[in-house]
Unconditional design. Structure first.
Length: 315
Protein backbone atom coordinates (compact mmCIF):
# COMPACT_ATOMS: atom_id res chain seq x y z
CA UNK A 1 0.00 0.00 0.00
CA UNK A 2 1.41 3.37 -1.03
CA UNK A 3 2.05 5.76 1.86
CA UNK A 4 0.37 9.13 1.87
CA UNK A 5 2.56 12.18 1.29
CA UNK A 6 3.57 14.15 4.33
CA UNK A 7 1.21 16.83 5.61
CA UNK A 8 3.09 20.14 5.64
CA UNK A 9 1.05 22.30 8.04
CA UNK A 10 2.54 22.36 11.59
CA UNK A 11 0.44 20.62 14.26
CA UNK A 12 0.60 21.43 17.98
CA UNK A 13 -0.66 18.92 20.57
CA UNK A 14 -1.31 20.27 24.07
CA UNK A 15 -1.11 17.60 26.80
CA UNK A 16 -1.25 17.15 30.54
CA UNK A 17 -1.97 13.90 32.39
CA UNK A 18 -4.13 11.71 30.12
CA UNK A 19 -1.91 9.27 28.21
CA UNK A 20 -4.83 7.29 26.72
CA UNK A 21 -6.30 10.44 25.14
CA UNK A 22 -2.90 11.58 23.88
CA UNK A 23 -2.22 8.18 22.31
CA UNK A 24 -5.52 8.39 20.38
CA UNK A 25 -4.58 11.78 18.96
CA UNK A 26 -1.15 10.50 17.94
CA UNK A 27 -2.77 7.54 16.19
CA UNK A 28 -4.86 9.99 14.17
CA UNK A 29 -1.78 12.09 13.35
CA UNK A 30 -0.04 8.99 12.07
CA UNK A 31 -2.74 8.75 9.39
CA UNK A 32 -1.72 12.10 7.89
CA UNK A 33 1.99 12.11 8.90
CA UNK A 34 2.54 15.82 9.58
CA UNK A 35 6.10 16.85 8.78
CA UNK A 36 6.22 19.31 11.70
CA UNK A 37 4.91 18.35 15.15
CA UNK A 38 4.97 20.41 18.35
CA UNK A 39 4.34 18.40 21.52
CA UNK A 40 3.72 20.43 24.68
CA UNK A 41 3.08 18.86 28.08
CA UNK A 42 2.24 20.52 31.39
CA UNK A 43 3.93 19.39 34.60
CA UNK A 44 2.24 17.50 37.45
CA UNK A 45 0.40 19.40 40.15
CA UNK A 46 2.38 19.71 43.36
CA UNK A 47 2.35 16.63 45.60
CA UNK A 48 0.06 14.75 43.22
CA UNK A 49 1.53 11.26 42.77
CA UNK A 50 -1.06 10.23 40.17
CA UNK A 51 -0.16 13.28 38.09
CA UNK A 52 3.53 12.47 38.37
CA UNK A 53 3.00 8.99 36.99
CA UNK A 54 0.57 9.97 34.24
CA UNK A 55 2.48 13.06 33.10
CA UNK A 56 5.59 10.91 32.74
CA UNK A 57 3.61 8.43 30.64
CA UNK A 58 2.37 11.26 28.41
CA UNK A 59 5.91 12.54 27.80
CA UNK A 60 7.12 9.07 26.85
CA UNK A 61 4.42 8.93 24.15
CA UNK A 62 6.63 11.02 21.87
CA UNK A 63 8.10 7.62 20.96
CA UNK A 64 4.82 6.96 19.11
CA UNK A 65 5.65 9.76 16.67
CA UNK A 66 7.44 7.24 14.50
CA UNK A 67 7.15 8.83 11.06
CA UNK A 68 9.91 11.11 9.73
CA UNK A 69 9.19 14.62 10.95
CA UNK A 70 10.61 17.61 12.77
CA UNK A 71 9.50 17.00 16.34
CA UNK A 72 9.81 19.75 18.97
CA UNK A 73 8.92 19.23 22.62
CA UNK A 74 8.07 21.65 25.42
CA UNK A 75 7.89 20.05 28.86
CA UNK A 76 6.88 22.44 31.64
CA UNK A 77 8.94 22.27 34.83
CA UNK A 78 6.09 23.41 37.08
CA UNK A 79 2.34 23.06 36.66
CA UNK A 80 0.93 25.96 34.61
CA UNK A 81 -2.73 24.96 34.74
CA UNK A 82 -5.61 25.35 32.29
CA UNK A 83 -4.83 28.99 31.54
CA UNK A 84 -1.11 29.33 31.09
CA UNK A 85 -0.47 25.73 30.05
CA UNK A 86 -2.24 26.14 26.68
CA UNK A 87 -1.24 29.81 26.34
CA UNK A 88 2.44 28.98 26.86
CA UNK A 89 2.21 26.15 24.30
CA UNK A 90 0.51 28.32 21.66
CA UNK A 91 2.99 31.16 22.25
CA UNK A 92 5.77 28.64 21.66
CA UNK A 93 4.18 27.45 18.42
CA UNK A 94 3.91 30.96 17.01
CA UNK A 95 7.37 31.94 18.11
CA UNK A 96 8.50 29.41 15.51
CA UNK A 97 5.67 29.24 12.93
CA UNK A 98 3.38 31.68 11.11
CA UNK A 99 0.40 29.30 11.15
CA UNK A 100 -0.62 26.00 12.65
CA UNK A 101 -3.28 23.51 13.75
CA UNK A 102 -3.94 23.20 17.49
CA UNK A 103 -5.29 20.11 19.24
CA UNK A 104 -5.69 19.51 22.94
CA UNK A 105 -5.18 15.93 24.03
CA UNK A 106 -8.91 15.11 24.16
CA UNK A 107 -9.82 16.37 20.67
CA UNK A 108 -10.08 13.60 18.09
CA UNK A 109 -10.64 14.97 14.57
CA UNK A 110 -11.68 13.31 11.36
CA UNK A 111 -8.83 13.07 8.89
CA UNK A 112 -10.52 15.62 6.63
CA UNK A 113 -10.23 18.24 9.40
CA UNK A 114 -6.51 18.60 8.74
CA UNK A 115 -6.85 19.17 5.00
CA UNK A 116 -9.71 21.61 5.49
CA UNK A 117 -7.64 23.62 7.99
CA UNK A 118 -4.59 23.61 5.72
CA UNK A 119 -6.57 24.95 2.77
CA UNK A 120 -8.30 27.63 4.85
CA UNK A 121 -5.01 28.73 6.45
CA UNK A 122 -3.57 29.27 3.00
CA UNK A 123 -6.68 30.88 1.49
CA UNK A 124 -7.30 33.40 4.29
CA UNK A 125 -3.79 34.03 5.59
CA UNK A 126 -3.95 37.73 4.68
CA UNK A 127 -7.60 38.32 5.59
CA UNK A 128 -7.47 40.16 8.92
CA UNK A 129 -11.24 39.79 9.34
CA UNK A 130 -10.68 36.06 9.94
CA UNK A 131 -8.97 34.95 13.16
CA UNK A 132 -9.64 31.22 13.31
CA UNK A 133 -10.69 28.04 11.53
CA UNK A 134 -12.78 25.71 13.69
CA UNK A 135 -13.47 22.02 13.17
CA UNK A 136 -16.26 21.89 15.71
CA UNK A 137 -19.83 22.42 14.55
CA UNK A 138 -21.90 22.43 17.73
CA UNK A 139 -25.17 21.51 16.03
CA UNK A 140 -23.78 18.63 13.97
CA UNK A 141 -24.74 20.02 10.57
CA UNK A 142 -25.70 23.58 9.69
CA UNK A 143 -26.41 24.59 6.12
CA UNK A 144 -25.74 28.22 5.28
CA UNK A 145 -26.02 29.19 1.63
CA UNK A 146 -24.67 26.97 -1.10
CA UNK A 147 -21.19 26.36 0.30
CA UNK A 148 -19.80 23.75 2.66
CA UNK A 149 -18.34 26.30 5.07
CA UNK A 150 -19.50 29.63 6.44
CA UNK A 151 -18.44 32.50 8.73
CA UNK A 152 -19.44 32.78 12.38
CA UNK A 153 -17.91 32.54 15.88
CA UNK A 154 -16.48 29.08 16.41
CA UNK A 155 -15.16 26.73 19.07
CA UNK A 156 -11.53 25.98 19.88
CA UNK A 157 -12.20 22.25 20.15
CA UNK A 158 -9.97 21.51 17.17
CA UNK A 159 -8.86 24.71 15.46
CA UNK A 160 -6.21 26.47 13.45
CA UNK A 161 -4.94 30.03 13.28
CA UNK A 162 -2.10 32.35 12.34
CA UNK A 163 0.59 34.18 14.27
CA UNK A 164 -0.98 37.48 13.18
CA UNK A 165 -4.24 36.48 14.91
CA UNK A 166 -2.67 35.15 18.10
CA UNK A 167 -0.73 38.40 18.53
CA UNK A 168 -4.08 40.06 19.37
CA UNK A 169 -4.69 37.68 22.28
CA UNK A 170 -4.25 38.76 25.90
CA UNK A 171 -4.66 36.13 28.66
CA UNK A 172 -5.28 39.02 31.07
CA UNK A 173 -7.94 40.91 29.07
CA UNK A 174 -7.09 44.55 29.81
CA UNK A 175 -9.80 45.67 27.37
CA UNK A 176 -12.51 44.01 29.47
CA UNK A 177 -13.83 47.35 30.73
CA UNK A 178 -17.34 48.48 31.71
CA UNK A 179 -17.53 50.55 28.53
CA UNK A 180 -16.57 47.63 26.30
CA UNK A 181 -18.96 45.29 28.12
CA UNK A 182 -21.83 47.74 27.63
CA UNK A 183 -21.04 48.02 23.91
CA UNK A 184 -20.92 44.26 23.39
CA UNK A 185 -24.04 43.73 25.46
CA UNK A 186 -25.92 46.21 23.26
CA UNK A 187 -24.50 44.73 20.05
CA UNK A 188 -25.58 41.18 20.89
CA UNK A 189 -28.95 42.06 22.45
CA UNK A 190 -31.66 40.51 20.27
CA UNK A 191 -29.06 38.68 18.21
CA UNK A 192 -27.34 36.38 20.66
CA UNK A 193 -27.80 37.67 24.19
CA UNK A 194 -27.09 34.16 25.50
CA UNK A 195 -23.63 34.10 23.96
CA UNK A 196 -22.82 37.51 25.43
CA UNK A 197 -24.02 36.35 28.87
CA UNK A 198 -21.71 33.34 28.65
CA UNK A 199 -18.80 35.58 27.64
CA UNK A 200 -19.47 37.99 30.52
CA UNK A 201 -19.71 35.18 33.04
CA UNK A 202 -16.44 33.63 31.82
CA UNK A 203 -14.40 36.81 31.56
CA UNK A 204 -15.59 38.10 34.93
CA UNK A 205 -14.61 34.78 36.50
CA UNK A 206 -11.17 34.88 34.84
CA UNK A 207 -10.50 38.50 35.85
CA UNK A 208 -11.49 37.77 39.45
CA UNK A 209 -9.25 34.65 39.50
CA UNK A 210 -12.22 32.34 40.04
CA UNK A 211 -11.65 30.45 36.78
CA UNK A 212 -8.44 28.99 35.40
CA UNK A 213 -9.07 29.19 31.65
CA UNK A 214 -7.92 30.83 28.43
CA UNK A 215 -10.73 30.22 25.95
CA UNK A 216 -13.10 32.94 27.22
CA UNK A 217 -10.33 35.47 26.61
CA UNK A 218 -9.93 34.16 23.06
CA UNK A 219 -13.67 34.48 22.45
CA UNK A 220 -13.50 38.02 23.81
CA UNK A 221 -10.60 38.82 21.46
CA UNK A 222 -12.71 37.82 18.47
CA UNK A 223 -15.77 39.73 19.65
CA UNK A 224 -13.75 42.82 20.63
CA UNK A 225 -12.07 43.07 17.21
CA UNK A 226 -15.34 42.15 15.43
CA UNK A 227 -13.76 39.35 13.46
CA UNK A 228 -15.14 36.06 12.16
CA UNK A 229 -14.20 32.40 12.19
CA UNK A 230 -14.49 29.79 9.47
CA UNK A 231 -16.87 26.95 10.26
CA UNK A 232 -17.48 23.74 8.27
CA UNK A 233 -21.15 23.00 7.63
CA UNK A 234 -20.73 19.69 9.51
CA UNK A 235 -18.89 18.66 12.66
CA UNK A 236 -15.36 17.32 12.10
CA UNK A 237 -14.18 16.61 15.68
CA UNK A 238 -15.13 14.69 18.81
CA UNK A 239 -14.26 15.69 22.35
CA UNK A 240 -13.26 12.49 24.16
CA UNK A 241 -12.37 14.25 27.41
CA UNK A 242 -15.70 14.42 29.22
CA UNK A 243 -15.66 12.53 32.48
CA UNK A 244 -14.27 12.35 36.00
CA UNK A 245 -10.68 13.07 34.93
CA UNK A 246 -11.68 16.33 33.20
CA UNK A 247 -11.14 19.75 34.77
CA UNK A 248 -14.08 21.77 33.44
CA UNK A 249 -16.39 19.13 31.95
CA UNK A 250 -16.82 16.38 34.52
CA UNK A 251 -20.61 16.12 34.19
CA UNK A 252 -21.27 16.56 30.49
CA UNK A 253 -21.58 12.89 29.68
CA UNK A 254 -20.23 11.65 26.34
CA UNK A 255 -19.88 13.86 23.29
CA UNK A 256 -22.73 12.50 21.18
CA UNK A 257 -22.27 14.68 18.12
CA UNK A 258 -21.64 12.73 14.97
CA UNK A 259 -18.28 13.29 13.28
CA UNK A 260 -18.45 13.78 9.50
CA UNK A 261 -15.94 14.06 6.67
CA UNK A 262 -15.66 17.15 4.52
CA UNK A 263 -14.42 16.83 0.96
CA UNK A 264 -12.92 19.44 -1.35
CA UNK A 265 -13.67 21.63 -3.16
CA UNK A 266 -14.25 23.94 -0.21
CA UNK A 267 -16.80 26.59 -1.16
CA UNK A 268 -17.89 29.41 1.13
CA UNK A 269 -21.54 30.26 1.68
CA UNK A 270 -22.98 33.40 0.11
CA UNK A 271 -23.34 35.17 3.46
CA UNK A 272 -20.11 36.48 5.00
CA UNK A 273 -21.80 38.13 7.97
CA UNK A 274 -21.64 36.52 11.39
CA UNK A 275 -24.34 33.88 11.33
CA UNK A 276 -26.41 34.63 14.44
CA UNK A 277 -28.75 31.80 13.56
CA UNK A 278 -25.93 29.31 14.02
CA UNK A 279 -24.68 31.03 17.18
CA UNK A 280 -28.10 30.84 18.79
CA UNK A 281 -28.57 27.21 17.78
CA UNK A 282 -25.12 26.33 19.16
CA UNK A 283 -25.86 28.17 22.39
CA UNK A 284 -29.03 26.11 22.87
CA UNK A 285 -26.91 22.97 22.56
CA UNK A 286 -24.61 24.27 25.30
CA UNK A 287 -27.61 25.05 27.51
CA UNK A 288 -28.83 21.48 27.04
CA UNK A 289 -25.41 20.24 28.13
CA UNK A 290 -25.60 22.50 31.17
CA UNK A 291 -29.05 21.08 32.05
CA UNK A 292 -27.63 17.55 31.81
CA UNK A 293 -24.74 18.49 34.07
CA UNK A 294 -27.04 20.06 36.69
CA UNK A 295 -29.37 17.05 36.54
CA UNK A 296 -26.52 14.65 37.26
CA UNK A 297 -25.36 16.69 40.24
CA UNK A 298 -28.85 17.05 41.71
CA UNK A 299 -29.59 13.34 41.29
CA UNK A 300 -26.64 12.69 43.57
CA UNK A 301 -27.90 14.91 46.38
CA UNK A 302 -31.69 15.14 46.14
CA UNK A 303 -34.45 12.52 46.49
CA UNK A 304 -36.25 11.30 43.37
CA UNK A 305 -39.33 13.51 43.85
CA UNK A 306 -37.23 16.58 43.06
CA UNK A 307 -36.23 15.31 39.62
CA UNK A 308 -39.61 16.15 38.09
CA UNK A 309 -39.55 19.60 39.71
CA UNK A 310 -36.17 20.30 38.11
CA UNK A 311 -37.42 19.20 34.70
CA UNK A 312 -40.40 21.58 34.94
CA UNK A 313 -38.21 24.48 35.98
CA UNK A 314 -35.80 24.22 33.04
CA UNK A 315 -38.26 23.15 30.32
Amino acid sequence: MKEKPFFDTPVLIINFNRPVHTSRVLYRLRQIRPSVVYFAADAPRENNEKDMEQCEQVRKLTAEIDWPCRLSTLFAETNLGCKYGPVNAINWLFKNETQGIILEDDILPDESFFYFCAEMLSRYKNDKDILMISGRNEVGRWKSGKGNYFFTLGSCWGWATWRRAWELFDPEPVNWTDEVKAGLRAEYAGKSAGLYSELEFGCNAVVSDNLDAWDYQWLFTKMFYKTRDIMPDRNLVRNTGFGNDATHSKYYGKDRLRVYSLKAPYISSDNKDIDYGYINAAYKVRLLSLYTRIKIIIKKILPARWHHTLKKLVS
